[in-house]
Design a protein. Sequence first.
Lengths: 116, 80
Amino acid sequence: MNEAIGAVLMTVGVLFDLFGCVGLVRLPDVYNRLQAATKCVTLGTCMILIGVTFILGIGSAGVRSILCAVFILLTSPVAAHALARAAYLAGIRLWDGSVVDAYAGHEQRDTEVETS
Amino acid sequence: MAVLLFAGFLCLYRIAKGPSAPDRTVAIDILGTLMVGFCAVLTWTTGKDFYMNIGITWALLSFLGTIALAKYLEGRNFDE
């Protein structure tokens, strides 16, 4: 039973990873690529790790797998946020079809905070 | 496993082709997370535990590297 659950979780996780990387190649913009790839690949990798835990049981590898999943869930959004902010501040423009730029007015305030 | 490797090659394509530096940084970050999943699959197929250690270390180093690259990118401007 545990192996069946683990196999299903790993299959869905691998498919999430694949679709995230397809989004990384197909989408037109840094920010679109970032949000598609980060969310899909984070969820997919966490599902693979939890599936491995289901298959191997709570042993030395299973506990490390859960630890790794928690670590990725904590750090991947932080890294993506830092990257998006860095890309915006580095002057990468949004795609022409983008509708709203909610961060546009905040540039000046951020630089003031950084210099003070 | 083959699907994960194919996804990794898609990331490598974006690293090679990406028009700007943040594109490549995003692809490197995603490739690191993918390889953690690949290490987990290797742990299952080979039955050897130490692949999970490699995965944890890879996740940590990938996070640190991404933060460092983001800080580096913030400090400079691309004048057009």
